[in-house]
Write a protein that binds this ligand. Structure first.
Ligand SMILES: [Fe+2]
Length: 361
């Protein structure tokens, strides 16, 4: 799907397609076809607004999959990229047409709190999924005519099931707004990145200005920045202000400082340390307790570190959240506090010492 990356510890929005196989959006669906899809859908499920149940979504995907005249002439099978087309979107649900070639898969993901279903319209798919108990993973083969449905907690990886090209119909309720991708690790599935699903792109794909999606997007656009207080700084301003007071350290300079008495404080969450690795000797202090551990006046302080002259170097993943944290530490009196420019990722890229988080086991 058309996706924009949102990294909580990163540089903001950037384009990224999850997985190695790529993903591309098909061309537009005619208004007549959109109406035909909507008519079939409204005949399958009620209510037309509000959250649809997994069982209702299953009847949608099976119902659309069984009516090849709605989608068969639109499918494009591309061995290089996974292909998709949004067929329908209303306040209640969205429906997508996806094509699969051998070797293509989605990577592990959830559906941002939406319930969903998919039905195999041609060929076969395989679904790996996280069992309700948590760490255990299951796998099932789905041949033509099969469908699965799931609630908002479902996490899965869907892949081509072998044989010839496959086609599937997917439906989500409420419509997909975000997806989080996961990496399988020895600790179970770890969330790595959350993607916001884009709105309609001109008259491509979702049929232009006169669709429910266009109306929904227009109403979201009404919640624009002019609703903010005039003197509220944006995140870019906040970041510039934070960094104006910091002598930030590149990884090599930070490494030298560490050998000279400075302390590296890792504020990344556990999930990120598991996925990315750790720096030997770094002190792990969660961002949510950082000020309480390092304020010399706090009862919850770490005495050896909570000092006005402590040489704290804050590290996050990419060096954004760490700037805000270091500026806050300076504000509460730790005048030597600074942060690692580029974060853990720059440290690792500079071939400085790291270790896998698994070594803590
Ligand atoms: Fe999915």
């Amino acid at each position: 799907m058309s996706l924009a990356t949102v990294r909580p510890d990163g540089a903001g929005a950037q384009r990224q397609v999850p997985g190695g196989a790529g993903l591309t959006q098909g061309r537009g669906v005619s208004p007549e076809r959109q109406r035909a899809v909507a008519e079939v859908l409204h005949g399958l499920v009620r209510p037309r607004a509000g959250r649809l149940s997994p069982a209702q979504l299953r009847s949608v995907t099976l119902g659309i999959a069984g009516r090849g005249e709605l989608w068969a002439d639109l499918v494009v099978h591309d061995p290089d990229v996974r292909w998709y087309l949004p067929l329908h979107r209303s306040d209640a649900c969205d429906v997508w047409l996806l094509a699969w070639e051998r070797g293509q898969d989605t990577d592990w993901h959830d559906h941002g709190g939406s319930s969903g279903s998919f039905a195999v319209a041609e060929g076969s798919l395989a679904e790996q999924y996280r069992a309700a108990s948590g760490r255990r993973l299951g796998r099932r083969m789905l041949d033509t005519g099969a469908a699965v449905s799931f609630g908002p907690a479902h996490v899965h990886n869907v892949e081509h099931g072998g044989g010839g090209p496959a086609t599937s119909i997917h439906a989500y309720s409420p419509p997909l707004m975000a997806m989080t991708y996961y990496r399988p690790t020895g600790f179970g599935l770890i969330a790595t990145v959350t993607m916001a699903i884009d709105g309609p792109e001109g008259d491509r794909g979702r049929g232009g200005a006169d669709t429910a999606l266009a109306r929904a997007t227009a109403s979201v656009a009404g919640l624009s920045s002019d609703a903010l207080p005039a003197d509220a700084p944006g995140i870019d301003e906040l970041m510039a202000e934070a960094r104006s007071g910091l002598a930030r350290l590149r990884p090599e300079a930070a490494f030298a400082a560490l050998t000279d008495g400075a302390v590296l404080v890792d504020i990344r969450p556990l999930e990120q340390r598991i996925v990315e690795g750790e720096v030997p000797g770094a002190i792990v202090i969660g961002r949510n307790v950082l000020e309480w551990r390092l304020d010399p006046r706090s009862e919850a302080r770490i005495p050896a570190l909570a000092r006005a002259d402590a040489r704290i170097v804050v590290m996050c993943s990419q060096g954004y959240a760490s700037s805000l944290a270091a500026a806050t530490l300076r504000r509460i009196g730790l005048r030597e506090a600074t942060d690692l420019d580029g974060g853990f990722q720059a440290w690792k890229a500079a071939s400085l010492p790291t270790r896998p988080a698994e070594s803590l086991r």
